[in-house]
Design a protein around this ligand. Structure first.
Ligand SMILES: [Cu+2]
Length: 121
């Protein structure tokens, strides 16, 4: 892992935003939109869940520059949320298919995409 990535990860851990938790069959994840060296990105960039789990994403937009809204979309699970600065959102869905799925900003497709890995079991 690059030093810069380690620093970002340490900062996220310190902020308490990486909290894998939830009851059996449920998974709660946090995603924070940040500007990282000029690129807007949801952090952390990769999430892992198991097929069949009920997934709850808590979404935070912490980008200080305008625009004040960024999108969180996962097409295969019909997830599409507009997340305004300082107005956290929550989205829930069931990860009913395994595979690797793109997480992207549907409002600004040029922003860096992340990914959701759904394990078969
Ligand atoms: Cu955006």
């Amino acid at each position: 892992m690059k030093a810069a990535a380690r620093i970002v990860l340490a900062a996220l851990l310190a902020l308490g935003v990486i909290v894998p938790a939830g009851a059996e069959g449920e998974r709660e994840l946090h995603a924070v939109n940040i500007n990282y060296e000029g690129n807007n990105v949801w952090a952390p960039g990769t999430y892992v869940v198991k097929k069949g789990e009920k997934v709850r994403f808590k979404l935070f937009n912490r980008v200080k520059a305008d625009p004040n809204v960024h999108g969180f979309a996962i097409d295969e699970f019909n997830v599409k949320v507009d997340v305004y600065r300082d107005k956290p959102e929550t989205v829930e869905f069931t990860a009913d298919k395994a595979g690797l799925f793109r997480i992207w900003c549907h409002l600004h497709p040029a922003h860096l995409a992340g990914q959701l890995l759904v394990l078969e079991k």
